[in-house]
Design a protein around this ligand. Structure first.
Ligand SMILES: [Zn+2]
Length: 193
């Protein structure tokens, strides 16, 4: 039952990811105000959400894609080996912060962790197999916050990842490097090891 082509797996994943934003937008917790109307002014350094040295394939899908991502600017991470090879791999916080949500958001996102960093910025990690932190917990950039899974009804394991400002998804940067929009490329954490 695992002989699914990469293309088919990706397409099925997209459809379900697309449902995530729709079902959870109304329940998103309010983030602290930043005191600025410019998200970029207070952007913290955020890293690839995996241990240093690991190579992960990250995919973005724009409005012209047959299956646009929802929210649009999120990244889906898989190991380059595909399928469920990433199931159970540790996810790390993108930087230090405080856990503002740790639980199941239901169909779409599934088991999800939200971490508030500073300046209105937070990061979201979804479809987790298990969650290793609690709401209110202070984490570092090296804290393992959970394991990659397929919760929320995903057909194959991957990490759905967002960088948010005042609860709106934003263009993702790792350090000063903008993520690839649109398409798939490899990402490796290089700082905060
Ligand atoms: Zn996704």
């Amino acid at each position: 039952m695992r002989k699914i082509t990469t293309v088919r797996t990706a397409a099925a994943t997209l459809a379900l990811c697309a449902a995530a934003g729709l079902t959870t937008a109304a329940t998103a917790a309010a983030a602290p105000a930043s005191g600025s109307n410019d998200p970029g002014a207070n952007r913290p350094a955020l890293e690839v959400p995996f241990p240093c040295g690991d190579v992960w394939s990250g995919q973005t899908r724009g409005a012209d894609d047959p299956h646009p991502h929802n929210p649009l600017l999120a990244i889906d991470f898989n190991l380059p080996t595909g399928g469920d090879s990433d199931l159970g791999r540790w996810v790390q916080a993108s930087n230090a912060g405080t856990v503002t949500f740790a639980g199941n958001k239901g169909p779409g996102y599934g088991n999800t962790v939200d971490i508030y960093h500073k300046g209105g910025w937070s990061t979201r990690y979804a479809h987790l197999k298990e969650i290793a932190v609690d709401k209110g917990q202070v984490v570092t950039a090296r804290t393992g916050i959970g394991r990659v899974g397929k919760s929320g009804g995903q057909p194959s394991a991957h990490l759905h990842y967002e960088q948010r400002w005042n609860n709106d998804d934003q263009v993702i940067y790792f350090g000063n490097t903008k993520a690839k929009y649109w398409g798939t490329t490899n990402y490796t954490r290089k700082t905060l090891c």
